[in-house]
Design a protein around this ligand. Structure first.
Ligand code: ITT
Length: 206
């Protein structure tokens, strides 16, 4: 049996890390958080999820010398022109360096939608996997989970905007789903499934 390969998870978000670890467990990597290596937060200056995911993966690979997986994700609301989008983590930020709480971001989203009849939304996740900081062929996978923004938060599970998101075909919020059900349906679960297919198809493994 080959020894487990180390893979750095390029995220400081505890909710994401929990979900990614469960989704990656069957792949047999030894997962190491970038926090273990004291990697600082990467800059996320880009307007697209894919560019930010790649920037975060490269940053973690550069600072650890290991293959790295990053997740850039957020909630996209078409009637708000795509906001909060790539700025989901900092939607309610009063200043450039502020990191609002999930409750503050949720309150801001409800306020933004107060006069909108169209509450359709989608969670988006882009995963970027690099074998090294200079990898010329990163693996990129995307998942989209469609639903609606609820009128008030519901449930205590998950993280981020989960209490406000009712997925299509489900009669509760994402925060009321079990961790297993969320991972099976979610943007992150779908992106991971696509990434697994790419990993299985590439002759250039980690
Ligand atoms: P890292 O960059 O360190 O991974 P982050 O929280 O800054 O952590 P993002 O820039 O990708 O990550 O922002 C993602 C935000 O989108 C996150 O903070 C949540 O507010 C929201 N989000 C993403 N996935 C979510 C999910 O599954 N459920 C609820 N909210 C989610």
């Amino acid at each position: 049996m080959s020894p487990a390969r180390d893979l750095v998870l390029a995220s400081g978000n505890a909710g994401k890390l929990r979900e990614l670890e469960a989704l990656l467990a069957p792949l047999g990597y030894r997962m190491r958080s970038q926090v273990e290596f004291a990697v600082s937060e990467a800059a996320e200056p880009h307007e697209t999820f894919v560019e930010n995911a790649l920037a975060k993966a490269r940053w973690a690979a550069q600072h650890t010398g290991l293959p790295a997986l990053a997740d850039d994700s957020g909630i996209v609301v078409p009637s708000l022109g795509g906001a909060p989008g790539v700025r989901s983590a900092r939607y309610a930020a009063a200043s450039r360096n502020a990191r609002p709480s999930d409750a503050e971001n949720n309150a801001m989203l409800l306020e933004s939608l107060a006069c909108q009849a169209d509450r359709r939304a989608m969670f988006v996740c882009v995963l970027a996997l690099v074998r090294s900081a200079g990898d010329p062929l990163p693996l990129i996978a995307q998942g989209v989970w469609a639903g609606q923004v609820l009128a008030a938060p519901q449930g205590t599970g998950g993280f981020g905007y989960d209490p406000l998101f009712q997925p299509d075909g489900v009669s509760c919020s994402a925060a009321e789903l079990s961790a297993q059900d969320k991972n099976r349906m979610s943007h992150r679960g779908l992106a991971m499934q696509a990434l697994r297919e790419q990993l299985a198809a590439t002759p250039w493994t980690l």
